[in-house]
Design a protein around this ligand. Sequence first.
Ligand code: ZN
Length: 589
Amino acid sequence: MTQTARYTADSRDRVRDAVDMVALVSTRTELRRAGANSYFGRCPFHDERTASLHVSPDEKLYHCFGCSESGDPFKFVMQTEGVDFRGALESLAGRFGVTLQTEEEDPAAAAARQRRERLYSLLDRAATYYARCLWEAREAADAREHLLARGFSEEILREFRIGYAPSAWDRILVATRQAGYGDEELLAAGLAQRSRSRPGSVYDFFRAKIMFPTADARGRVRGFGGRTMEGGRMPKYINTPDGELYHKREVLYGIELARSAAAKAGRMILVEGYTDVLALHQAGIRNAAGIMGTSLTAEQVRELARLVGVVEICLDADRAGQDAALRAAQVAGSAGLELRVVPLPPGSDPGEVISGEGVDGLRRRMAESVPFVMFVVRLVLDRAELSSAEGKDRAFAELRSVLAPLPASALRDELIKLVAGALELSPARLATLLSNDREQSTIVPGGRVAVDPTVRAERSFLAMCVAAPEAGAAALASLDPGQAFTSAPLRRAALHLRGQLESPLAELPADDDELARSVADLVARAGRGGPVTADQLEHARLLLELACVERALARASSEHQPGITDLARRRQQVLDAIGAVSGRIEQVI
Ligand code: ZN
């Protein structure tokens, strides 16, 4: 499919010929003449005090002796403005007055391209019309007042082409019909909608709205966000419906104005919503664009990855849709984009932070951005109910999907330590659980499956309870399953077995496969193990109790809690009891 026609090689050469290299580079840095064909200036690609960038106007080349960036005019524009080659070619052609010619295309492709160009110009015309209404129309007085009262300068509002759609039913229709556009084109551009009451007629899609034109990276308007003025039942914003040019998933509001600052900084700040973008740009933070909602789409990630290496999302923990956020992180990671979060105070947006703490306040928060996974892990732990075993299980289940895919790194180690502490596990054990959560085992060299020793002890104790139901019932009753079992499936099995030891497989809930599998496995093990003596059972029970006390000890010493002496004494008692039972078992054998 030919999206856009190729420009001829001759067009490229003519643009290169027309470029004034000194004028072009001078838009980014001040140049000083050093010879007939030689200029120097401070490099726009790295921070420096000396002038390392050399420009040769005749060859139309630049080279930095500091950071080794070099290239021709096209590369210069691509690098400084964050556009692709085609975008650079078009930009230079416009700046230096060259008409580009396209290679011959087939008639269908040519027609499709012409239609798109008409729709683009229709949307641009509409943006100009709405902007004029905002500043000139009497009925836009409230809108103007609202925007200025929110602290936006006329300069920033004009730069973003903020506009106003009048309340009448046909303003954009009339304005664009006069320019030769038909109803079908207005519908395709999302500027009109069909009337339900009067079949065949159309009316303006946006009425009595503050208008935010949404452009692509090349600055072409593709659609609008319209904000309702008065409160009430109407949604606050309506957007152009998805169509030929507008795709909600691709929108990065303000990208056309943020692009070059973002390319230079190597990072893009993402905020939620139109007015936050305006607030940041007005405050001089120009590498900011908007996503509508907290989720970052694959389309947005693709666009951003072309431009920057790091994306920082301003997120307030209250609003972070965790699932959406997680998907975003996965998408970004797979595109090689580093995703960081600028944590905001609960319930606030970047605009509010600026008005409350000033731009410096927001900059300070930006300097404290954290890797995305770190943000999510903290969020899950904050929300989890870590006082109960079930709460810990839920937190683990959520965190597993975050932690398990992380490659080995210092960050992963740090996160595992953080989570292990919160879940009261040793980091090594947590790493084991992450490597295979279902079987709770790891593959050791040679391909054998090694079960975690703690889990093995828990499992063999339960199997013994099943094998010796009478003594088992007493042993089970003496333990608190929430404390004694680290394995979630075994803990659930233990809860089921209390009161069911005589016939463990009876009364299993029909809809709980996991529980059924665990209990079935224990019954099978009990059958294989032969008769169990009271001492063997007690020995197994004491091992669980020892592990339990040791976990409590680890927790207490890491949190400097009192009661360590008591726990240490208890540990010694259990060890003594184990010694005594072991002695009896050995005598029998
Ligand atoms: Zn340089």
